[in-house]
Design a protein around this ligand. Structure first.
Ligand SMILES: O=P(O)(O)OC[C@H](O)CO
Length: 193
């Protein structure tokens, strides 16, 4: 074997632990949705169950990113699928919260418009490069998850008024980071001379 051959890195398998965790997050979305519907129709325990499923699914977002970086399992598929899985989870939660009158619809519409728009943008530029989640995007998702958890959990009266402030911060960061991705996409599409 020549020196050049021995330094060629093996391709990262698509079916790796990080991508499997991302897939688990996607699978948990309908489970979470059914639990929220059950919580609206019956026992209050379902509300806690819905919140716990949401938190577990959200935790896979932290773990898959860490595993991918720690064990060199970063793949283009993972970079695209990870934000999509996040958006499916948070999007389902926001729509259900608005559906059951626990969150104003405008909040859900603004966040979903940004999330769907940025997903479309990612596919629009994919031939030129992958727009991975930025630090701002990760902070945005963390804020959304915290805010949604606040709305899902049966919070005591003293803590409930904090929820809209966290959601407000999530909306602002969601919109601002959206513009940042638009600037990135335009740079990627700019013709090189
Ligand atoms: O802001 P995005 O679209 O890059 O999404 C960020 C991811 O959800 C972070 O895991």
């Amino acid at each position: 074997m020549t020196g050049a051959e021995s330094t060629v890195a093996a391709p990262v398998p698509l079916l790796n632990a990080a991508n499997v965790l991302t897939a688990v997050r996607l699978v948990l979305v309908p489970v979470f949705a059914v639990t929220v519907v059950a919580s609206a129709m019956s026992h209050a325990g379902w509300r806690m169950a819905a919140c716990l499923i949401f938190v577990v699914a959200s935790a896979t977002d932290l773990v898959d990113g860490w595993i991918a970086r720690r064990f060199g399992l970063v793949t283009p598929l993972g970079k695209v699928a990870d934000p999509i899985a996040d958006k499916a989870l948070t999007g389902a939660a926001l729509v259900l919260l608005s559906w059951y009158d626990r969150l104003p619809w405008w909040v859900t519409v603004v966040i979903l418009a940004r999330e769907l728009g940025i997903t479309a943008l990612r596919f629009w530029v994919i031939r030129h490069g992958v727009i991975a989640a930025s630090r701002g995007g990760k902070i945005k998702t963390a804020l959304q998850i915290l805010a949604i958890t606040w709305y899902l959990w049966p919070m005591p009266d003293a803590l409930a008024p904090v929820g809209p402030w966290i959601m407000g911060a999530a909306v602002v960061v969601t919109v601002v980071t959206g513009f940042d991705y638009i600037a990135q996409a335009l740079r990627l599409r700019r013709p090189t001379r």
